[in-house]
Design a protein around this ligand. Structure first.
Ligand code: NAD
Length: 488
């Protein structure tokens, strides 16, 4: 891999790479706490201009109706991403602090491949469904349903998987014929601004069709949510932000598409291989230091086998090496920021104050004095309604909870405001399926089956969100439905 970090501090507005009117702010490497360089600090005025450009491009160009143009441009975008794959890898590791091994999966390679999958979908997608003839009220009519672009999309993304989530919104929205304003998370600006640069310099995507406005704050995102020129706001972020965005969107009654937080349960049934299930869950909690919305952070095990499960999970989580994200042997690097590390440590403190015991970790690792690291942590003696059992911690912190049989296991798993993901481990796949159908969540892994991929819809039940990202469903989120008829 090239270690050259690719950087871009300009915004993309109306087809031009421009300096932000708010100047710049520092982009920090969370593994070294050093300044990587600067990012454009887009203001509300910059966002206003970007929304205006996206509106004009939607209303005044053929982008929304010209599928062949969109296909040609998406192919150029895919080629551009391929061309810069290694530079984007170095940038992702540097600004996200994610271990390089994860960039060969969901952090980078899978999402770039996902653009190719989407191009294939668009090549074959039927935008018209013929409903045939009918005689409503005695009027012989031929009816059909036409799918059309939803309009101007505001895409607001988080810092934990920025390339993946930026592409999971921008690519299907563009494929559908929408125009887009992307607002990346303040902590991970370059993965967003570099996407803008590739579009500006290496594709024929018309001016205004994609705009990228990085910023150190959230005000631009708030404008995207409230501005009546935006037809659909697509947010991936915390549930708290989701509620604000939905409230702001209500005034103009725009469509909202929300991918929010999670507190997913790995449910281990009585007949399962407990050690295997606990090991897989421990591995997952350490992946990207637990900064994944779909990670199973509650391990729910048979009460009688609690000790066995805790021993297994502690064994795995205490033996996996972690640290420097540029090293291939690490699956866990730092948290994204000092603020996020304080938040995670605060949760551990609250958990212990409410009665939990940390049987592993609980603090800052002594061997990593620089970088925003937190020790892999396992909490037991946790009340199922305690803060650490209910709220999303977003760090390498696992809570182990007991259950008293299948019904109780389902009740514990469903005792959550969230419903994003989860896992079921059982002695037979039939047993796992029977329990899985009772768990209120958008994705589930059964006996280590892996559901992730560009063709698989992903999203949440309950307060984990509205709508589905990726797959055919993720593309159709960006379409409107128009019903038409002509005399038969
Ligand atoms: P966050 O909610 O703080 O921020 C997400 C984005 O929203 C950022 O770009 C931020 O600037 C913007 N934002 C903040 N306040 C806003 C407002 N009032 N109006 C408009 N935009 C606003 O989340 P984060 O800390 O960046 O990311 C972590 C969260 O994201 C976790 O809760 C995690 O579970 C969630 N997440 C969900 C998924 C999913 O697909 N369900 C995937 C990844 C992350």
């Amino acid at each position: 891999m090239t270690n050259e970090v690719w950087r871009e501090e300009r915004l993309l507005i109306d087809g031009r790479l421009v300096d932000a009117s708010g100047g710049t702010y520092d982009n920090i490497n969370p593994a070294t706490e050093s300044v990587l360089g600067v990012a454009g600090d887009g203001t509300v005025d910059d966002m206003d201009a970007a929304i205006g450009a996206a509106r004009r491009a939607f209303d005044e160009t053929s982008w929304s109706t010209d599928v062949e143009l969109r296909l040609a441009c998406l192919r150029q975008l895919h080629e551009g991403l391929e061309r810069h794959r290694e530079e984007l890898r170095a940038t992702t590791v540097a600004e996200v602090g994610c271990p390089v091994g994860l960039t060969h999966m969901a952090q980078l390679d899978t999402p770039i491949d996902g653009v190719a999958w989407l191009i294939d979908l668009l090549e074959h997608y039927d935008f018209v469904e013929d409903l045939g003839d009918a005689e409503p009220f005695g009027m012989p009519s031929h009816r059909w349903v036409q799918r059309e672009a939803a309009g101007v999309v505001g895409a607001i993304t988080p810092w934990n998987f920025p390339v993946q989530i930026n592409l999971a919104k921008v690519a299907p929205a563009l494929a559908a014929g929408c125009t887009v304003v992307l607002k990346p998370a303040p902590d991970t600006p370059w993965t967003g601004s570099l996407l803008g640069r590739i579009v500006a310099e290496e594709t024929d995507i018309p001016a205004g069709v994609l705009n990228v406005v990085t910023s150190s704050g959230h005000e631009g995102g708030a404008l995207l949510a409230s501005d009546p020129r935006v037809d659909l706001v697509s947010l991936t972020g915390s549930t708290a932000t989701g509620k604000k965005v939905m409230a702001a969107a209500a005034e103009s009654l725009k469509r909202v598409f929300l991918e929010l937080g999670g507190k997913s349960a790995a449910v281990v049934l009585d007949d399962a291989d407990i050690a295997g299930a606990a090991g897989a869950t421990g591995f997952q909690v350490m992946t990207h230091a637990g900064q994944g919305c779909a990670i199973t952070t509650r391990l729910v095990v048979p009460r009688a086998r609690m000790d066995e499960a805790v021993e297994a999970v502690v064994g795995v989580m205490s033996s996996l090496p972690y640290g420097d994200p540029t090293k291939a042997e690490h699956i866990m690097g730092p948290l994204i920021s000092a603020r996020q590390r304080e938040r995670v440590l605060g949760y551990i403190e609250t958990g212990i104050a409410e009665g939990a015991t940390a049987v592993l970790g609980g603090g800052v690792p002594e061997h990593l004095p620089v970088g925003y690291y937190v020790e892999p942590t396992v909490l037991v003696d946790v009340d199922p309604n305690a803060t650490v059992a209910q709220e999303e911690i977003f760090g390498p912190v696992l809570v182990v909870l007991p259950h008293d049989g299948d019904d109780d296991a389902v009740a514990v798993a469903n005792n959550s405001a969230y419903g994003l993901s989860g896992a079921v481990f059982a002695g037979t796949i039939e047993h796992a399926k029977a329990v899985a159908s009772r768990i209120r969540t958008g994705t589930l892994s059964l006996n280590n089956g892996l559901w992730y991929g560009p063709d698989v819809p992903f999203g949440g039940y309950k307060q984990s969100g509205l709508g589905r990202e990726m797959g055919r469903a993720g593309f159709e989120e960006y379409l409107e439905t128009k019903s038409l008829a002509e005399p038969a």
